[in-house]
Each structure stands twice: as C-alpha cells, then as structure tokens.
Design a protein around this ligand. Sequence first.
Ligand code: GLY
Length: 428
Amino acid sequence: MRLLIVGGGGREHVLAWKLSKAKRVRKIYVAPGNPGIASVATCVNILASDIPGLLHFAEEKKIDFTIIGPELPLAMGIVDEFESSGLKVFGPNKNASRIEGDKSFAREFMAKFGIPAPKFAVYETASEALKYMKTTNKFPVIVKASGLASGKGVFAANNKREYEKVIDLLLVQHRLGEAGNRVVVEEFLTGQEASVFVLTDGLSISYLPSAQDHKKLYDRNRGPNTGGMGAYAPYPVNKRISDIIENVIIQPTVLSMRDQGLDYKGVLYAGLILTSTGPKVLEFNCRFGDPEAQVILPLVESDLLSSMIAVAERKLSDEPVKAKNLWSLCVVLASAGYPNDYRIGEEIEFKQKLDSRTMIFHAGTKMDDSKLVTSSGRVLNVVTVHENLKIAKQRAYEDVKKIYFKGMYYRKDIGNTGMKKMKRRRRK
Ligand code: GLY
C-alpha cells in the first residue's frame, strides 16, 4: 500500500514510524514532514492546509490510504474532498470535526446529551459577555475562543479585570479573528487531567491507551499553558472511573453524534478532568494528541493500519486495537522562550550515543546546510517504553542529557503523577 500522512510534527513522526512497520506498506509519504520523519518516509513539500495540493498529490501518486494528523485540514473539510474524489482517508469529515473546531457547538452538544462537562455560556458580543459578571462573582473562569486558534484560544481570567480584558481582546479587538467571534465562558474545574483516545467508525469503539499530558510549562504544573511538555501512558484509572468514562462519556458521545446525523470516523480524543464529582469533558478533539500520540502509539501491539482502514471502511469491530502491558514516557525538548517568542535556528547536537531503545520523534526541526537546527517551539520528543514507569522515566532523562541545543528547556517531572498514583494503589 501507498500511504500519505498529512502533517509535520511529533505526532506525524510517530504515526509514520508506527505505520512503516505494517507488513502491507510499501511506501509512505508525509506532507510536509520534517527531517526526523525523512528517516522512515518520503517528505513532500505540501502544507497540511493545502487541500487541493494534497488531493492532486494523492491522485498522482495513486495513494491507497491517507491519514490526517492535525485538526486544521479536518476542520477545513479535507476528508470530504478526498472522499468525494473516491480516495480512502482516515479522519472525521468537516461537519463531525466541529466537535473540536467549534467549541460552542461542542458544549451545546454535550449539554443536550447529558455528557458531564463544566457549566458554560456562549457569547457573541462584548456587552452580553460583560453581563455575565453581574450574575456571578465566581473566579477564575475559563474563556475560550469558539474556533480553532492554534492552541492560543484558551484564557483563564482570575478576576473581573482580567475577564474584561480577555473579552475586549476577543470580541472588541478581534485579535483571534473569526476564531474568536464567539466565546465560551466556562466554570473552572480542578483535578487531574487525562487524555482518552478511541478509534470509532461511528458504530464501534476501540480504546487506545489513555495518557496524561503535561500542559504547563514548568514543573509541578505551574506557568503558562503550552501545547504539551511531555506525557506518559497509560494513565492509571480505577475500574469505577473507567466505567464512567466509557458508559457516561465516550459511548453516549459516539452514539449521539450518529443520532445528530454526524458521520464521525477517526480518532476521538476526550480531554478529561477527574473532579471530586467525577470525570468531566474539558474538550473533545478530532485527532490524536501531541505529545500523547508519541506515548500511546508505541504501546499498540496490533496492526494499527488495519484498525485505521477498518475505521474508514466501517468495519472496526473486525480489527480492534490491542495494547501492550507496558508504560511509555515522552519528554518534550523546547526552544528558549516557548510558548511565547522563542529562538529558532539553533544547532541540535547529539553529544553521546543514545540508548538504542530510546525513540526520538522530531517536532520542530529542519536541515540548514546539512546541520539539524531548531525550527519551532517544541523541537524533539524523547520517548522510552518499559514495564516500569520509573525506569522509563530514568532512561528518558538520561538520554535527554545527551542532547543539546542552545536554550533547550524541558520539564523534569514528567510521569511523577503516574508514579505517585501507582504507589498509592500498591499501598491500598
Ligand atoms: N496535547 C494536547 C493536544 O494535542 O491538544
């Protein structure tokens, strides 16, 4: 088979690596890819948002199956375009992708079908949004741009002044353009966060390992939000919580989408918060998480490609995913200044040979005069797999120390929550 993977970050690198192991794969193209991906696939210089370009390439190269990595092309309708040209593709169509691409739609959907979620209100004008303050004194609150904003659309307002500022930014100054023309104001919840992933063909559901992302920049979950500074998998939850996630969140969501005429095929990513009153949905995403994909895909034991094709052909019940009983851990190496203004173009050096079992998935790298240099905020993902989470962590950090670029920053505490949880469980 000839595959095309759309995207060029760590998520697409791990997808290309995993799918390159499938027996029936003869050739993998990744658009646009990156220098790390180039070691397992052929990179083609087409942007993930260039749908006509991708379609033309897929037809010309007689691609048998296309996998869409990021949310933007999904929200733009790449699946609809490919399918109407008779091409097989993995991912939800434009309408179904609204579960991520239109946050007010997603919240209203959850409310309609009783999916546990924070209390919320949707506003389209600043005057309406400011009336909110007359009805409550509860801060902090979360303010989200309803549309896709490349990870920059979520704000925490700690008091009235901050709330007014965010509303002004989004609904008066329109700093996020169309994405911020509607805002969702949500109750602020506390608890551990977990990322749950399922494949679904709209009927059947197959669980991938869950994961815990580390969204804050600094250790002990402090500092600004980022795209994710590291992750481990699986996220350990007890049977009672996993039953709630399955029966009260995932199943009703998939069934209700079908009920609403939404044709959801692909991966559904539920970003959950485990509150004292049970798990609640912070957000649904219509694609794999990044860096979560880097830890969950190495744990897949069965043929991932067969399950993905089965999703596209609505035969997922024939090809469920099976996972290994191991832990995996990913440390993200980021550029100085990330997630704000960051430096790029720094040479990346591997000062010593890494452990042969460690996997490096590239996120923001490029070749510059035959040197590997940084090209984005998140640069490399260092991933280890082991039957013991503590050893997975030790190995990852030993190899992190062998990598260098000027200003390289990483969190030191990836996996600590998982280790604490396991310790508590052993004591019980
Ligand atoms: N790691 C968060 C995300 O992929 O949205």
